[in-house]
Design a binder for this molecule. Structure first.
Ligand code: BG6
Length: 608
């Protein structure tokens, strides 16, 4: 997934475009480039590496542009290199183009163009698009697009400029996010409205093969058959301040420490203490008729999928409603059996993950309503879901998801309470539950206050190349998430297993060099996880146990313990997760890893 930004207007173009691009760096950061027109001259600069290094270069070269497009890359086709960085050009070199998405039939198209004598200089699918449009271009760009676009298979967003069309930015979007920012005497283009929200709140999302021709003073939009259309403008009500690290060394650490507030925001306006119920005032068009909900289907990817898995335990336990949790990239390619009475919940921090969006479109096409759980206003999921619950966790910049995850768990626990009160749970029980929920922000803070101790323990194990996590019941998906965090930011090969599964294979991997992290804070299965720890200890491995405060039974059996406040079982994954996020962070820090922007990853992936 990549980030696209474009601008035409009175501001300093190069500065404005690179500042906008920096707000998109979470989408990919292996290489970056800018192209623009100065009069009728096309100028560009592109290279491997972060946007900061590109900025230094264009500033040292004194680049001046009248309008520009820019790109930050997450490589899909062709390795990160100066040559494969965007923009890419047609054979005449007059058309410059940047792209987010994947062209699935790029190889065939490339062959066809090569037979016509077109030469290629890069390994990217993007160059194929530029060369294809150039092949059909005879002075009328719209006509060339009309012929070229239908030949492209896949999801994509494009921005282009052409030497023979000074003053114009051309944009195209097909199932990949691209939004126009409407300014006074200026026009913006971006993969995410957040990147221009400090300049304008008026946006026009492009979709379904639409094409736009933008100048500083005009916006023309055409549908996929290139007929001119009018599109509704939306007003964004989002935070505009670019998130900063403040005094923290990394966004990831800052966001871990923002979790008490994120939990408060998630609880805000969702609890009716008097009635002992959870409420969702944001449900306008689709009242949540809990009586008719016979089962839930949760679809998501990555960390959001783990949130869904943990929620499946709390919803089944509290509301006695069966829950299926599907990895969206798998779900969309199986013929899913979705029974009547199913409530579908799509979880996505960014609201832009392509596989989750495709799964949403699949279930909607079968006539099911979808609730989105999302952290980004104006995102595609927020636009396409029937109702959206916003996390209000604030912008999450660190590529590995932290505060959004615990915020998702908090909201999903509220959903469990909502459904449970429509079934067996009494008002008094609901009131007690809300009281415990309100303890969450302080309990999270108590774990953050142990950060020095967590850092001490993390440093002990930072040299390892492999770490094992185990948990039972809802501690198993919590272990999956802890392993993912460690993988994402420290590059340690970390894997999680249900405690009872160790002896059915993974135990073969355990040796005196291994570390096992046991998530033991689940009373009903404590004895079982204790025997799993014994199995591993017998093979000489070290054990770090995450336990409830005051837990003495493991003291003599494990090397290290981390303690979390006692709370209700379904809330314990939130507290355990915060401790293990810090554990992963301090190991990554000790290893000098690029914590906010881990290699090969992106904040959300809008390509398949
Ligand atoms: C990945 C991120 O790209 O996408 C993960 O690195 C994230 O942190 C996953 O969990 C899913 O993203 P989202 O935005 O759909 O929750």
């Amino acid at each position: 997934m990549c980030g696209i930004f474009g601008y035409t207007g009175k501001r300093v173009v190069v500065e404005t475009v690179l500042q906008g691009l920096k707000r998109l760096e979470y989408r990919g950061y292996d290489s970056a480039g800018i192209a623009g027109l100065h009069g009728d001259q096309l100028l560009f600069c592109k290279q491997v590496g972060k946007i900061d290094t590109l900025q230094e270069r264009v500033q040292s070269e004194g680049m001046v542009l009248d309008l520009a497009i820019a790109h930050t890359r997450w490589a899909t086709h062709g390795k990160p290199s100066d040559v494969n960085a965007h923009p890419h050009f047609d054979a005449s070199g007059k058309l410059a183009l940047v792209h987010n998405g994947i062209i699935e039939n790029e190889a065939e198209l490339k062959q066809e163009l090569k037979k016509k004598g077109i030469a290629f200089t890069t390994d990217t699918d993007t160059e194929v698009i530029a060369k294809l449009i150039g092949w059909f271009y005879e002075g009328d760009l719209l006509r060339a697009l009309k012929t070229a676009l239908p030949l492209l298979k896949g999801a994509f967003a494009l921005a282009m400029i052409h030497e023979e069309h000074p003053g114009k930015l051309i944009a195209v979007a097909r199932q990949s996010p691209l939004l126009i920012g409407v300014g006074k005497g200026e026009t913006f283009l971006s993969s995410d409205a957040n990147a221009f929200a400090s300049y304008t709140r008026e946006v026009i999302p492009l979709s379904e093969g639409e094409v736009a021709i933008l100048t500083a003073s005009s916006i023309q939009i055409f549908n996929a058959s290139l007929e001119m259309i009018e599109k509704e403008r939306h007003e964004l009500d989002m935070e505009i301040a670019a998130p900063t690290k403040g005094s923290f060394a990394h966004y990831t650490l800052k966001e871990i420490f923002e979790q008490p507030q994120a939990a408060r925001n998630a609880l805000l306006s969702h609890c009716d203490e008097e009635q002992g119920v959870a409420i969702f005032p944001e449900f306008r068009v689709m009242p949540l008729d809990a009586e008719f909900i016979q089962r839930l289907l949760i679809i998501a990817c990555g960390t959001s999928f783990h949130a869904g898995l943990i929620a499946s335990y709390s919803i089944e336990e509290m509301a006695r409603i069966p829950v299926t949790v599907e990895i969206a990239s798998e779900f969309r390619y199986k013929q899913p059996l979705i029974l009547p009475g199913t409530l579908v919940v799509a979880i996505s921090q960014s609201g832009e993950t392509a596989d989750t969006l495709a799964a949403v479109r699949l279930v909607k096409a079968q006539g099911f309503k979808v609730i989105g759980l999302c952290n980004v206003q104006g995102s595609t999921l927020a636009r396409e879901a029937d109702e959206t619950i916003f996390l209000k966790a604030g912008p999450e910049v660190g590529v590995c998801s932290t505060k959004a995850f615990t915020s998702q768990l908090t909201v999903l626990t509220l959903l469990s309470l909502f459904l449970a009160r429509y079934r067996e749970m009494s008002r008094e029980e609901g009131q007690r539950f809300i009281k415990e929920l309100y303890q969450l922000p302080n309990q999270i803070q108590r774990i953050l206050d142990q950060s020095d101790e967590i850092e001490r323990i993390a440093k002990k194990y930072a040299h390892l190349s492999e770490v094992f996590f185990i948990g039972r019941n809802l501690m198993y998906p919590a272990a999956l998430e802890a392993a993912l965090k460690l993988k994402e930011i420290s590059y340690i090969n970390a894997n999680a297993y249900p405690g009872g599964e160790l002896k059915h294979g993974p135990l073969a991997l355990i040796s005196p060099e291994s570390l096992l992290v046991a998530l033991t804070a689940h009373e009903p299965t404590f004895d079982k996880i204790q025997s799993n720890i014994q199995e591993v200890k017998a093979r000489g491995a070290a054990v770090l146990a995450i336990c409830y405060e005051g837990e003495k039974r493991l003291e003599a059996r494990v090397e290290d313990q981390l303690f979390i406040p006692r709370t209700r079982g379904v809330l314990t994954p939130i507290l355990t997760t915060v401790a293990l996020q810090l554990f992963a962070y301090y190991i990554a820090k000790e290893r000098g890893a690029s914590i906010d922007q881990p290699r090969n990853l992106a904040k959300s992936v809008s390509v398949e």
